[in-house]
Design a binder for this molecule. Structure first.
Ligand SMILES: [Zn+2]
Length: 639
């Protein structure tokens, strides 16, 4: 629904009351730096913090993509809202008295606000209804179920647990027939589903234990429903609605928030009942993702409450749990590698979940697991060593390869260095001399592994290469004073054109030259002979005409032929180096995987040498505009 236009006074008041740092910090992890706050820009793929927020000026600016503005612009861009919607959203939050631009708009605004409020009211009434049913005779089986799970009545009330009775329409009857609420809004709240024959509606949740999901302000925004028997799915969640966004919501955060801030850490568990059991046992920092893997948005949400950015992920220690942990680490790696989150991994022994563990042990035992939970890198390294006999050469090889993969992921140099040392110690099992050698070995392999990922993009390369080749031929054809230099360079560096028609033309040129060495000095003679020798080949003839025709851009580029030649030659050499580089890395990969250490080391030296050459050539191949402008103009006239 379109929000109405608002009075300028209201807009101004919102701008004054909504603090930009507070609003942005909900979406972006901000660090104080001098007078400003900095973070990773949410509007582009930011690698280092380019996003600045100034509290005194109440503005933000990204120095990488250029996005910037005031608090209203940020919310508009971030939440994809219209200007009025933004003012309304912030206005309601900061208690601003909303005034519309004109009286006739007032009704429109009231409708808008009342829809949101009605949705909250409907969800509140539904939660109330389910709780009421749980306490009624109809709820007996559900009460028994909760009793078996050892969830006290006090906890049931704290989490407002309820029961959706069997039957197609009990909630519908209560909300529509008794409370006279509009059917369309019930559907918008995700509580009822239209029948497929178009004839009426039925309740989404039937015969399930109901767990309301709250926003951080404690308002119901959706439900999770646990099947009572073997019905599928075991858990049914509300669909996403105007109020309920799964990727932004964490179950239990409304009750865990204060404890997270106080204890400066957040605990993420897998299921609703893990959260409930932990809170009942007094572990008040527990929350859960909603049926999906924990996402970046949810973690950023948590980080708002923990200053030291500590997030502990609790997984079952069985195979499924380990896989889930690995997947979650992968998806949060960017945050973790930058140090935006201190990610720690807790796996519960004996394949239990948190709920079961608490029942078998006690709170203290669980708290101890939390305190001892390793950092994600340590956990990954531990996993790579699990079930391996390091005295067995095959196992040793596997473990060290796995280690290289993990270590290569670390972007921070200090951290990487620390963990290379640590891994070498683990792998050497106390043999100090071996540890030193292994450390050296690991360091080298990690370096090679990281380079391997940095191969330049093939498509981009081939475009540049094609340009270089045509430029080289154009200069050869148009400037007879450079012909000899180009020919010498090509021979000396053993260069060959990559494009087939360029190769053919070049061969023809060399043929003409061998036949009649003087021809290179005479501009027209060479061109005429070349044209004649291409006359019978339509395709080649066309390519030659392309090269002989100089458009405006090419003219500018060819104003400094010497520089262009040098850059083009470097570019062609670069191509050869990169081919060799790829070749050596393939060999290294194989040798490394086969455990052929000596061979791998030899290839590594080749890779290293090639890498150095590539870096030099990349610089030489880059012709900047400044260089072009500063170089002396070539004296002869262009054709
Ligand atoms: Zn940006």
């Amino acid at each position: 629904m379109q929000a109405p236009s608002l009075h300028p006074r209201t807009v101004e008041e919102v701008r004054q009351k909504a603090d930009i740092v507070e609003v942005i910090a909900e979406k972006v992890v901000l660090r104080k730096r001098g007078k400003n706050f900095v973070g990773l820009c949410p509007f582009h793929q930011d690698r280092k913090p380019s996003f600045y927020v100034s509290q005194p000026k109440q503005i933000y600016k990204c120095f990488s993509c250029g996005e910037g503005g005031d608090v209203l612009r940020f919310v508009m861009k971030q939440d994809n809202l219209s200007f009025s919607e933004t003012v309304l959203q912030l206005g309601r939050r900061y208690g601003v008295n909303i005034q519309t631009a004109s009286p006739e708009k007032k009704r429109q605004y009231e409708q808008y606000v009342s829809r949101q409020e009605k949705l909250f009211e409907i969800l509140y009434l539904a939660a109330d209804f389910y709780q009421h049913v749980l306490r009624s005779p109809q709820g007996e089986a559900a009460r028994k179920y909760l009793e078996e799970r050892q969830i006290s009545e006090e906890t049931q009330q704290a989490f407002q647990i309820g029961f959706a009775p069997p039957g197609w329409q009990p909630l519908y009857e209560y909300l529509v027939n008794q409370k006279h609420l509009p059917v369309k809004l019930l559907e918008a709240a995700g509580l009822i589903v239209p029948r497929s024959n178009g004839n009426g509606w039925y309740d989404r949740f039937r015969h399930r234990v109901m767990l309301p999901i709250f926003d951080t302000r404690g308002r119901v925004i959706g439900f999770g429903g646990r099947a009572m028997g073997d019905e599928q799915p075991k858990y049914l969640n509300s669909p996403e609605t105007e109020l309920f966004d799964k990727s932004q919501t964490l179950y239990g955060l409304n009750v865990a928030r204060d404890a997270i801030a106080k204890q400066d850490k957040a605990l993420v568990v897998e299921g609703y009942f893990d959260v409930i059991a932990l809170h009942q046992a007094g572990v008040n920092t527990a929350v859960a993702a909603l049926g999906t893997a924990l996402g970046t948005q949810q973690v950023k949400h948590l980080l708002r409450y923990s200053e030291s950015k500590q997030v502990i992920l609790n997984f079952d220690a069985d195979a499924a749990g380990v896989t889930a942990a690995q997947r979650t680490i992968d998806s949060l790696k960017d945050l973790a590698r930058r140090g935006d989150v201190q990610l720690r991994i807790l796996t519960i022994p004996d394949g239990k979940d948190a709920d079961e563990f608490l029942k078998a042990h006690n709170r203290d035992a669980y708290e101890q697991l939390v305190d001892e939970a390793p950092l994600w890198v340590d956990w990954c390294i531990e996993q790579s060593l699990a079930d391996k006999q390091l005295s067995n050469p095959v196992h040793f090889q596997q473990a060290s390869q796995e280690g290289v993969r993990i270590l290569s992921d670390l972007t921070d140099t200090m951290m990487r260095s620390h963990y290379i040392h640590h891994s070498a110690e683990l792998l050497s099992r106390g043999d100090g001399r071996l540890a030193l050698r292994l450390e050296e070995e690991l360091r080298r392999n990690v370096r090679t592994y990281r380079w391997r990922g940095k191969e330049s993009k093939v498509a981009e390369r081939s475009g540049k290469l094609q340009t270089s080749e045509s430029q080289l031929l154009q200069i050869y054809l148009h400037f007879n004073e450079h012909r000899r230099y180009i020919r010498d360079e090509m021979t000396e560096h053993e260069l060959q054109f990559n494009l087939a028609h360029h190769r053919t033309l070049w061969r023809k040129i060399l043929d003409l030259f061998t036949h009649e060495p003087g021809i290179e000095e005479r501009e027209d003679d060479l061109l005429n002979s070349l044209r004649a020798s291409c006359a019978h080949d339509e395709h080649l003839n066309q390519q030659l005409s392309h090269l002989l025709w100089l458009d405006e851009n090419t003219r500018v580029a060819l104003m400094r032929p010497k520089m262009v030649v040098r850059a083009a030659i470097a570019n062609m050499e670069l191509e050869i180096c990169q081919k060799r580089y790829r070749y050596w890395t393939q060999l290294w990969d194989k040798a490394y995987q086969d455990g052929e250490t000596d061979l791998a080391r030899m290839y590594q030296n080749h890779i290293q040498a090639e890498h150095k050459k590539i870096q030099t050539l990349q610089k030489a191949a880059q012709l900047t505009f400044e260089e072009l402008v500063q170089a002396p103009l070539f004296e002869s006239q262009l054709p």
